[in-house]
Ligand binder design. Structure first.
Ligand code: ZN
Length: 75
């Protein structure tokens, strides 16, 4: 079941997935196909960005990580 407005990895239309977190100065880009191989096509993108960035602030409620996708794709 896919929540409206939430991408899953298998549907991502771009060849690369790019992420950044301004709080921890992280920047990364990954080949979409390689991510599908590693995490599966059903991985949802909001979860994936945290998996990729491995940010130490991920679980910090009062100062959470703000990792985002560089490419904003409307669906
Ligand atoms: Zn972060």
């Amino acid at each position: 079941m896919v929540t409206r407005g939430t991408w899953v990895l298998g549907e991502w239309p771009l060849p690369l997935v790019r992420i950044k977190c301004e709080k921890c100065q992280r920047l990364g880009q990954y080949h979409t196909q390689r991510l599908v191989d590693q995490h599966g096509a059903d991985m949802n993108m909001p979860e994936l960005r945290h998996v990729l960035v491995r940010c130490s602030k991920r679980y910090t409620m009062n100062d959470p990580c703000q990792v985002v996708f560089v490419d904003r794709v409307e669906r």
